[in-house]
Design a binder for this molecule. Structure first.
Ligand code: NDP
Length: 448
């Protein structure tokens, strides 16, 4: 990787010193800083006014105990987090993750990414992220409800439709948002729909929110292909993960004429050469809360692979939609060897820095998550709009808005990459375009 501009290097070293042991947060900061050399050269006032230091320090970080009782009567203790990173563009906005790997460094990396992503949408939303090391997998509905109620009993003090608006992420879907919203409503005695997004359609949710991150990732990849005079039609696609983002990326890629031949979960991946059976995948994952082994058992011709990497399956388009750092340098080399032409990140930071370098050097069209997966948070902002006006839009209209937003993000990234001397580099485009917007707002609002 190229050396950082000396000003940026100095600031990065302070970030390392002040946030020890938070490897993912360091990685997220470095990925942004690596793009900003030409920006600070052109706009030295950003360095003089210490805008970068101000953006790297969250406005507020809350860590709390979450006690609850499991089905056997045992008292369980988890840790809850909410990192409110920046509200210069609007109320803090970003999901909650329930997964055993959650710690402060993970939440800070996600919150930091979120402020740039939200800026890219062009909508009035700041950035934050939260979650817990609670693992909903294998827990009964009652246990999940007990956990969510205890989590919200603390979180409610920190959120609100004009303050901080959480949504879902890994391990937090419609069921969890329902229990969280119910407890918020009960404690506050307010039907404040705009306090959480990802709600059910019958009680304040937006059409297309569930599908938005996966659809949006595919729309962004489609724009990149279009810029090269190509399309999804006839493409062979691999999608990692089999959760919310992955399922709807599969759905939209199939609608656009691609064949999706593989997807994964944390125990392995399935290869289904004739194309994934989406209805079966939804049944197994969304209805039965099962594993990909159940998909393979119910689908003649599908193979379950439990050792090795999904990125060794050859494809034209790769959509990493599971988790951070799941696509490493070896995986990138294998993808390039097999002729991949597009990689678009549905997940947050799924590609390591070394892997990103391999893909960019091979002239692969590469979309960073903060651009490609921004459709989820953008549709959350559309949900907030509908809640504020007590309205409910049609599926067609909402999807049209999402498509327009993704086209706008693509344009902004491509334009900013050109402006800062890196045409076709969407990493530089996403980081510079969002940074300039945030930095100007930081300057305008004074030292706060
Ligand atoms: P889900 O919980 O619905 O699905 C996550 C999927 O990723 C599951 O298939 C899960 O497998 C797999 N996975 C999780 N951790 C690992 C791991 N350590 N190794 C391998 N596989 C893993 O989450 P989402 O689909 O909502 O989120 C996926 C990614 O997209 C995350 O990075 C998230 O931050 C990002 N994202 C999500 C948005 C949203 O709207 N939901 C918005 C923008 C980004 P298993 O079930 O076996 O754990």
């Amino acid at each position: 990787m190229a050396a950082l501009d000396p000003h940026l290097q100095e600031i990065y070293e302070v970030v390392l010193r002040r946030n020890p042991g938070e490897a993912e947060f360091h990685q997220a900061v470095l990925e942004v800083f690596e793009s900003l050399g030409p920006v600070v050269l052109k706009r030295p006032e950003y360095v003089e006014s210490r805008v970068l230091e101000r953006l790297c320090e969250p406005e507020r970080q809350v860590i709390f105990r979450v006690p609850w009782i499991d089905d056997s009567g045992r008292i369980e203790i988890n840790r809850g987090f909410r990192v409110e990173f920046s509200s210069v563009l609007g109320p803090f906005k970003g999901g909650l993750r329930f997964h055993p790997s959650v710690n402060l460094g993970i939440v800070k990396f996600l919150g930091f990414e979120q402020i740039f992503k939200n800026a890219l949408t062009g909508m009035p939303i700041g950035g934050g992220k939260g979650g817990s090391d609670f693992d909903p997998k294998g827990r009964s509905d009652r246990e999940v409800m007990a956990f969510c109620q205890s989590f919200m009993t603390e979180l409610y003090r920190h959120i609100g439709e004009y303050t901080d608006v959480p949504a879902g992420d890994i391990g937090v879907g419609g069921r969890e948002i329902g229990y969280l919203f119910g407890q918020y409503k009960r404690i506050t005695n307010l039907y404040e729909s705009g306090v959480l997004t990802g709600k059910g359609l019958g009680w304040g949710g937006s059409r297309v929110r569930k599908e938005a991150t996966g659809y949006g990732t595919v729309f962004f990849a489609q724009e990149m292909l279009r810029a090269r005079g190509d399309s999804f039609d006839g493409k062979r696609v691999v999608v990692s993960g089999s959760g919310n983002v992955a399922i709807y990326a599969v759905e939209m890629a199939q609608r656009l004429g691609a064949t999706v031949v593989a997807c994964s979960d944390s125990s392995g991946y399935v290869v289904d050469e004739s194309g994934l059976d989406l209805e079966l995948l939804k049944q197994v994952k969304e209805v039965d809360r099962g594993r990909l082994a159940d998909y393979a058992a119910g689908r003649p011709g599908a193979t379950l692979v439990t050792d090795g990497s999904i990125w060794h399956v050859d494809c034209d388009v790769a959509l990493p939609c599971a988790t951070q750092n799941e696509l490493d340098e070896d995986a990138a080399i294998s993808l390039v060897k097999h002729g991949v032409s597009v990689v678009a990140e549905g997940a947050n930071m799924p590609t390591t820095r070394a892997a990103t370098r391999v893909l960019l050097d091979a002239d692969v069209l590469f979309a960073p998550g903060k651009a490609a997966n921004a459709g989820g948070v953008a549709t959350s902002a559309l949900e907030m709009q509908q809640n504020a006006s007590r309205d409910s839009w049609t599926h067609e209209y909402t999807q049209e808005r999402l498509e327009g937003i993704m086209r706008g993000i693509h344009e902004r990234c491509a334009g900013s990459a050109d402006e800062f001397g890196a045409p076709g580099n969407y990493v530089v485009g996403a980081n510079t375009s969002s940074f300039v917007q945030l930095a100007d707002a930081v300057l305008a609002l004074g030292v706060i």
